[in-house]
Design a protein around this ligand. Structure first.
Ligand SMILES: Cc1ncc(COP(=O)(O)O)c(C=O)c1O
Length: 235
C-alpha cells in the first residue's frame, strides 16, 4: 500500500540517479552524503516516533480532512526534493514551473474551464490568504463577509490582513441566507463576499448565482472557497 516495496524503491533509486547524472560534474558536498550507519541512526528513531499517529495516509481514514496523495505522487515529490526547486520565479525552478503550468491547465480542464489563470499553492488556507489579499488591495478599508458556516480561515486571515470581517447568517440548510446578505449590503461598506462551495461542517453550498447577482448591483468582489467542495465537482 505504501509502495515501499523493493520494486518501487528500486525504480525510485534508478530515476533519482538519472536525475543526478545531469549534475554529475558538480563538486561533491560531504555534508549531503551522510554515512549509511549514521543515516539509519537518524531515520530509525524518526520512523519510530512517526508511528505515534493515526493512519492519516490510509484511504479509509476519515478522522480529519486529509486525503493522501497518490503513492506515485509521493515518490515524484521526493524526486523533486532532490533538486530543491522554488517556483517563485521561473529561474528558481525551470522544469517545475513548466510542470506547474501544465498541472494548472489540467486541473482547469477537469472543471471544463477554457479561460483560467492560477497557480498551485499549499492548500485551502494559503488560497484563501491570497484571495483575501487581492480583495483587500481592490477594496481597501471595506469589509469581508462570509457565512457563519464559512471556514475559520476567513476570519483569521482577515485579521492578519487587517480587513474587517463580518458573518452572514445561514438558512436552515447551512447555506448563506441571501435575504440577510441583501439586507446587510444595503448598509454599504462591503468589499468582498466569500461564497463557500461546500462548507467544512456540512458540505452545504452557498447560492453562488444569487451572490454574483447581488455583486453586480453592489460592486463587491466574490471569492468562491472550493477547498472542500471543489473536489466533489470532479466526481
Ligand atoms: C471550506 C474550506 N476552506 C479552507 C480550508 C483550509 O484548507 P487547508 O486545510 O488545505 O489549508 C478547509 C479545510 O478543511 C475548508 O474546508
Amino acid at each position: 500500500m505504501l509502495m515501499l516495496d523493493r520494486e518501487s524503491l528500486g525504480t525510485f533509486s534508478e530515476v533519482a540517479r538519472k536525475l543526478d547524472s545531469e549534475f554529475a560534474s558538480l563538486p561533491a558536498d560531504k555534508n549531503q552524503s551522510p554515512e549509511m550507519a549514521r543515516l539509519a541512526e537518524v531515520l530509525g528513531p524518526t520512523a519510530e516516533r512517526l508511528q505515534d499517529n493515526y493512519p492519516y495516509f490510509h484511504p479509509l481514514y476519515a478522522g480529519q480532512m486529509l486525503k493522501p496523495p497518490h503513492a506515485v505522487a509521493r515518490l515524484a515529490y521526493a524526486l523533486a526534493m532532490w533538486i530543491n526547486p522554488n517556483n517563485h520565479a521561473l529561474d528558481g525552478g525551470r522544469a517545475t514551473s513548466a510542470m506547474e503550468k501544465e498541472a494548472v491547465a489540467e486541473i482547469a480542464s477537469m472543471f471544463g474551464w477554457k479561460n483560467f489563470l492560477g497557480h498551485l499553492c499549499g492548500g485551502g488556507t494559503m488560497a484563501n490568504l491570497e484571495a483575501l489579499w487581492v480583495a483587500g488591495q481592490l477594496h481597501p478599508g471595506k469589509k469581508v463577509l462570509a457565512s457563519e458556516q464559512a471556514h475559520y480561515t476567513h476570519k483569521r486571515i482577515s485579521a492578519v490582513l487587517q480587513l474587517e470581517f463580518e458573518t452572514v447568517p445561514c438558512d436552515t440548510r447551512g447555506r448563506m441566507d441571501c435575504a440577510a446578505l441583501a439586507e446587510r449590503l444595503e448598509r454599504g461598506d462591503v468589499g468582498t463576499v466569500v461564497a463557500t462551495m461546500g462548507t467544512t461542517a456540512t458540505g452545504s453550498v452557498d447560492p453562488l448565482a444569487e451572490i454574483l447577482e447581488l455583486g453586480e448591483k453592489h460592486r463587491f468582489r466574490v471569492h468562491a472557497d472550493a477547498a472542500y467542495g471543489g473536489y466533489f465537482a470532479l466526481t
